[in-house]
Design a protein around this ligand. Structure first.
Ligand code: KG4
Ligand code: ZN
Length: 340
């Protein structure tokens, strides 16, 4: 905690419109989220133009409601943090333009935030928070990486996926199994009724040194094993075998990263961090004394504005500068961030 400024966070990088208020002394004061998932489900994935339009239609009311819930007038905000990238460019511009307008009207400082920095710092919103330095596993729909985190903005990427992100692999495999978008949570639900041991898939790239991942082969393996007229039980068994393969692979690589770096704290962040089997596996590693594990609560693993408000607060605290103009970057490598 620390400096008692109040930061409004705004997230519109993909298909969730979200707003939150964080205060350095009082913590998270309010957070609201509207998911567009049902709208995109009809198309089997996110339609960028529809996402941007929907953000534009909702952001104003959502921010107003969040401020009301926090018991604040808009003049009570010291800084406005918005996701500036990476993400869908039209969607990012809606959040950026709204934030810039509100900052101009209120005199609040404008703070562009890197979406992945938001995910990495999300566990700081919990009562049990990691101290720096720590190792972070970031597993989302667009990214999968292991990083050494020495402080805000001080990230060294130790390994990344060479092809699909873990969340992307979940979503694509869910589609193969006939599940609607967004597939990750649906696949996890289906796996609950799977019989262990009926199928087994390899743990990609764990048989060679290094901290890289590759998940695209797994969905092909599922497709090959999937009978044309698969019954519900077979699909559940495949979902379970897939989920086991992905979560085992993530655990094996994290264990390796802990050993190689000598770090004793591990943060699990990003949408796939909400996965029950993954959380259980990492909790077991903690019980075995391998490392201290830190997770955001599931709703702050997936996209949200609380993590953007927090990252904005951490940036506000570190620098007196205000971002000028609207920043929006569809691609923005994490290593380009400046230390706070
Ligand atoms: O972090 P996030 O909300 O958005 C990105 O920044 O990408 O991550 C979304 C990803 C999706 O691929 C979604 O299917 C996956 O996280 N996901 C899950 C679960 N909840 C979300 N995957 C597996 N199990 C879950 N419970
Ligand atoms: Zn995300």
């Amino acid at each position: 905690m620390g400096i008692a400024v109040t930061i409004l966070g705004i997230e519109t990088s993909c298909d969730e419109t979200a707003a939150a208020v964080y205060n350095g002394e009082r913590g998270l004061l309010a957070h609201r989220l509207y998911s567009q998932a049902a709208m995109h489900a009809e198309y089997g994935g996110v339609v960028p133009e529809l996402a941007a339009r929907d953000h534009a239609g909702r952001i104003h009311a959502l921010v107003a409601e969040t401020l009301r819930a926090a018991g604040l007038e808009r003049t009570g905000i010291d800084g406005i943090a918005y996701t500036a990238g990476p993400g869908l460019i039209g969607a990012l511009l809606v959040g950026g333009a709204f934030a810039a307008g509100l900052a101009a009207a209120t005199g609040a400082r404008l703070i562009p935030v890197h979406h992945l920095e938001g995910h990495l710092l999300a566990p700081m919103l919990e009562a049990r928070r990691p101290e720096f330095p720590f190792l972070a596993l970031l597993v989302s729909g667009g990214h999968t990486l292991i990083a050494r985190v020495d402080g805000v903005g001080r990230y060294a990427i130790l390994g990344e996926t060479l092809d699909d992100a873990a969340g992307e692999a979940f979503d694509k495999t869910a589609k193969l199994l006939g599940l609607p978008y967004p597939g990750g949570p649906q696949l996890a639900r289906l796996a609950q009724s799977g019989q262990p041991g009926r199928f087994r898939f390899s743990r990609p790239m764990t048989d060679r040194p290094g901290l890289e991942f590759s998940f695209s082969g797994l969905k092909t393996a599922v497709l090959t094993a999937l009978p044309k007229d698969a019954d519900a039980q077979t699909r559940a068994d495949l979902a379970l075998a897939f989920e086991e393969a992905v979560t085992d692979t993530l655990a094996i690589k994290c264990r390796r990263a802990l050993q190689e770096t000598g770090l004793r704290r591990l943060v699990v962040a990003g949408g796939v961090g909400a996965n029950r089997r993954l959380r259980d596996k990492f909790a077991q590693m903690e019980q075995h004394g391998e490392a201290e594990m830190y997770f955001a609560r599931p709703e702050f693993c997936t996209d949200n504005a609380a993590m953007i408000a927090y990252a904005g607060w951490a940036r506000y605290r570190a620098t007196g500068e205000s971002g000028s103009g609207i920043q929006a970057r569809a691609r923005w490598p994490l290593h380009e961030l400046e230390p706070a």
